[in-house]
Design a protein around this ligand. Structure first.
Ligand code: AMP
Ligand code: MN
Ligand code: MN
Ligand code: MN
Length: 280
């Protein structure tokens, strides 16, 4: 049986391993099929695919699109996207424009709290086009403003805190449309992390399916594995396929290890059901 890990991050967004080192790590972890799903960018995919040439790992081109749905921030993973598709390129460009403005705004708000230079510091840690709250958190920890990443989010960056700046992400319909226009499958990432009521989650999955969404992550390193049975039941109810991803961000970045997840239980259709078998 092949081992799939269809959600992880590189230095192209807020991971700490370069795409090449991530693929090397996937080899060590015995991952057969790896999707690189950086936040709102696909610029790490080519390096990852090049690094996978001649190895046993197959790299699927992916992305994790930040989206809003009824004032709720959601993450929609795209799998098997063509990074050269104009609709996806244009859509992600808008996301990056917002990310830059938001980063500067987070910097201004932290400055009012007596923390100077946070945007420059976060951008230097990012090194790529997608400055993320994760980079702000790393900067805040490095500067001694927070004990650890969790505390940095709790004190400064999560919703309701000074460094939380809402707005301007893609709508759910945009995120799904860009992914589909690029030939990909849209997947609701870590649905149990949003703390939606059962009614709202059903509403989300019903709308997502109607928009042409393909799957939900029923197993994710970003949500308790106890959530899986209910998510499998929802996947069946809304005729969605099932995906599996660690949401790995690098060594020591949270508890999730690449490729180390429970196998997909019976009773759901894997998102990879119709994929061509990896070439050997
Ligand atoms: P952004 O897309 O810039 O808003 O950043 C979101 C990212 O921050 C997520 O993908 C996670 O990697 C990270 N993140 C969110 N909440 C937390 C938290 N409480 N602790 C650590 N990392 C978090
Ligand atoms: Mn992240
Ligand atoms: Mn996410
Ligand atoms: Mn992620």
């Amino acid at each position: 049986m092949l081992k799939y890990d269809l959600h992880c991050h590189s230095t192209a967004s807020d991971g700490t391993l370069s795409p090449s080192l991530l693929v090397e790590h996937a080899c060590r972890q015995g991952v057969d099929v790896l999707a690189l799903t950086d936040h709102d960018v696909t610029c790490g995919v080519a390096e990852a695919q090049a690094a996978a040439t001649g190895t046993d790992v197959r790299v699927v081109a992916g992305v994790e699109v930040s989206a809003t749905w009824n004032h709720q921030l959601l993450h929609i993973v795209g799998l098997g996207v063509n990074p050269a598709a104009p609709a996806l390129i244009n859509g992600l460009e808008g996301q990056r424009v917002f990310r830059v403005w938001r980063g500067e705004e987070i910097g201004r708000r932290l400055e009012k709290r007596g923390i100077a230079g946070a945007y420059a510091g976060a951008a230097a840690l990012a090194g790529g086009p997608a400055v993320s709250r994760t980079h702000f958190a790393r900067y805040l920890v490095a500067q001694g403003h927070a004990r650890d990443m969790a505390k940095a989010f709790d004190s400064y960056l999560k919703r309701g805190k000074p460094g939380y700046v809402p707005g301007q992400w893609a709508g759910l319909e945009d995120a799904v449309a860009w992914i589909r226009a690029a030939g990909g499958q849209a997947v609701v990432a870590h649905p149990a992390r949003y703390t939606l009521s059962a009614t709202r989650l059903r509403q989300l999955l019903s709308e997502f399916k109607a928009l042409g969404g393909a799957a939900v992550e029923v197993i994710s390193g970003s949500q308790p594995h106890g959530a899986t049975p209910a998510l499998i039941a929802y996947a069946r109810q809304f005729d969605l396929r099932a995906s599996v991803g660690s949401d790995y961000h690098g060594p020591g970045q949270g508890p999730n290890e690449l490729g180390r997840m429970p196998v997909l239980p019976a009773g759901c259709v894997p998102v990879w059901e119709d994929w061509a078998a990896p070439a050997r």
